[in-house]
Design a protein around this ligand. Structure first.
Ligand SMILES: [Zn+2]
Length: 291
């Protein structure tokens, strides 16, 4: 995203370092992310949009797609592999080779719409995974998005698709200033005011999001795992802690085990305070692993 930008390569190092320091890394199986194919991307993105992103990819320097969203010479490759990671994770849990998977990827995806890059996002990684699951025969999928920013791209892609529900919390008002008027009956959005913390988050989950997931009985659960609602994050004003991320992940694991054979695919979205990101993602992965 350019120099001195919070969406930086150090984010993945922070997660990897903390997974190692916690001792959890040794319990995990690592996979390299393949590039998503055109066919996989075109399930959620317009072919003309994919072509435009490819055409915009610079050989050097930075190309701005909108004021927030830039590409360098490597961004297109990274974005293809970020989406491909979620496809591979979906295949792994669908084949029973693992129960849960966490995709430590950049760039994030949940702001990317069918034909628009925005909010540091080029391809909607989680949406590509959901569409892959649907194409593989899944009849009911769910997305939970607890990033501090509303996942407008995922909502726009799946609004009105009764095979999918999307539930989540986000700070409002805050970028991208959407979500308070859900685009479809399959969207369960809980905006939280600035300053809200774990108590408000757990109430929103317990009263709205988790019952909606329970009612939908998804065969696979996707998580847009943004950790920028953490109280140390510089980009927003919520007050979540590592314990909140561990709690919600445990609740999702319970639901997945009841309805989805334990299948969860989680993919990194935001999270910009590097230490808090590493700690939060580690607690999330620990809970996903049932440890
Ligand atoms: Zn975010």
């Amino acid at each position: 995203m350019g120099p001195h930008h919070p969406e930086c390569a150090g984010r993945l190092d922070a997660i990897a370092d903390r997974l190692i320091a916690s001792g959890l890394d040794g319990y995990l199986r690592h996979h390299d992310a393949p590039a998503a194919t055109h066919k996989q991307l075109e399930r959620v993105h317009a072919p003309e949009y994919i072509a435009a992103i490819e055409a915009a990819s610079p050989e050097e320097g930075i190309c701005y797609l909108d004021p927030d969203t830039a590409m360098n010479a490597h961004s297109l490759t990274a974005a293809r592999h970020a989406a491909g990671a979620v496809v591979l994770a979906t295949d792994l849990v669908m084949r029973g080779e693992c129960d849960t998977a966490f995709c430590a990827v950049r760039p994030p995806g949940h702001h990317a719409e069918r034909a628009r890059a925005m909010g540091f996002c080029l391809f909607n990684n989680v949406a590509v995974g959901v569409a892959h699951a649907l194409a593989s025969g899944v009849e009911r999928a769910a997305v939970i998005d607890f990033d501090v920013h509303h996942g407008n791209g995922t909502e726009a892609i799946f609004a009105g698709d009764e095979r999918v529900i999307m539930v989540g919390t986000f700070e409002y008002p805050l970028y991208p200033y959407t979500g308070v008027d859900p685009l479809g009956p399959n969207m369960f959005n809980v905006p939280l005011g600035a300053g809200s913390g774990g108590e408000e988050f757990r109430a929103a989950m317990t009263n709205v999001c988790l019952p909606a997931l329970e009612a939908h009985q998804p065969e696979i659960v996707f998580i847009s795992a943004g950790f920028d609602a953490h109280r140390e994050d510089p980009l927003a004003n919520l007050q979540f802690t590592e314990a909140d991320y561990a709690w919600v992940t445990g609740e999702l694991l319970d639901i997945a085990q009841r309805h989805a054979g334990g299948r969860i695919v989680s993919s990194l979205e935001g999270g910009y305070a590097l230490s808090a990101l590493g700690r939060s993602a580690t607690e999330h992965v620990r809970a996903l692993a049932g440890l």
